[in-house]
Design a protein around this ligand. Structure first.
Ligand SMILES: [Zn+2]
Length: 234
């Protein structure tokens, strides 16, 4: 598990490559990490497609999204990361993505619930935050602290949340765990969409979700997946 800033930056760059290679992030979306040495700050690439991110692209921000280090153009939606870190001291990494497999669940009434054991790491009932409720007609981009704070409140203490007609948010204690959650959320959404076309899916029970999530909460399974996805993204 990385601890120093150098290792965190290395993992963050790797996570960008992995999530791009696995089809969770594409031209858009981003992953950040809280700096364990300066927990009131977080690290995030400059505005760039994740598959192109390198070490020199990583910038530092405070928990209102202000730039502390770096002079490049930042992502507009960096405030999402800031708002989550501000109210979730347990969170060490945040990813905002628009994975195509997940998007149907941001526009259709079917809830995104775990139907496969690895899907449990993204949580049980995944809330859907709708910017329309508080902010009316917008571009749907979460580009203000007020919108980001509202989204963070909808996330609550969960590992994931959907953004209506937009995308998803996944959070976890580490870069590797958050990467794991995002890929597993995508896989679960793919299976669930296919199952819904065949009939009524068999969802995990609440008890199964708790046990399956605990079994894959860091440790060997996450390290194995990280190693595999790293080798594919090299
Ligand atoms: Zn977005």
């Amino acid at each position: 598990m990385p601890t120093g800033e150098e290792d965190v930056v290395a993992d963050l760059v790797r996570a960008n490559r992995i999530l791009a290679n696995e089809g969770v992030l594409d031209a858009f979306g981003h992953i950040s990490a809280r700096d364990p040495a300066r927990p009131d700050t977080f690290l995030l690439s400059r505005a760039l497609s994740p598959g192109q991110v390198q070490r020199a692209d990583i910038m530092r921000f405070d928990l209102e999204g202000n730039v502390l280090e770096g002079d490049a153009k930042p992502y507009l939606e960096r405030v999402i990361h800031a708002a989550v870190y501000a109210i979730r001291p347990d969170v060490g990494s945040v990813v905002h993505h628009h994975a195509p497999a997940v998007l149907p669940f941001t526009v259709a009434p079917a809830p995104l619930r775990p139907v496969i054991h690895l899907g449990a790491v993204a949580g049980g009932d995944c809330p859907v935050w709708d910017s329309q409720d508080e902010f009316g007609d917008t571009s749907l981009l979460v580009d203000s602290l007020a919108m980001a704070a509202s989204l963070a409140r909808a996330l609550g203490d969960r590992p994931s949340c959907l953004l209506a007609r937009h995308g998803a948010l996944c959070v976890g204690p580490s870069i590797r765990q958050t990467t794991f959650i995002a890929v597993c959320m995508r896989d679960n959404a793919e299976v669930l969409s296919a199952a819904l076309r065949l009939g009524r899916p068999s969802y995990l029970s609440d008890g199964e979700i708790v046990q399956a999530a605990a079994r894959h909460d860091g440790g060997a399974p996450v390290e194995r997946a990280w190693s595999f996805w790293s080798s594919r993204a090299a």
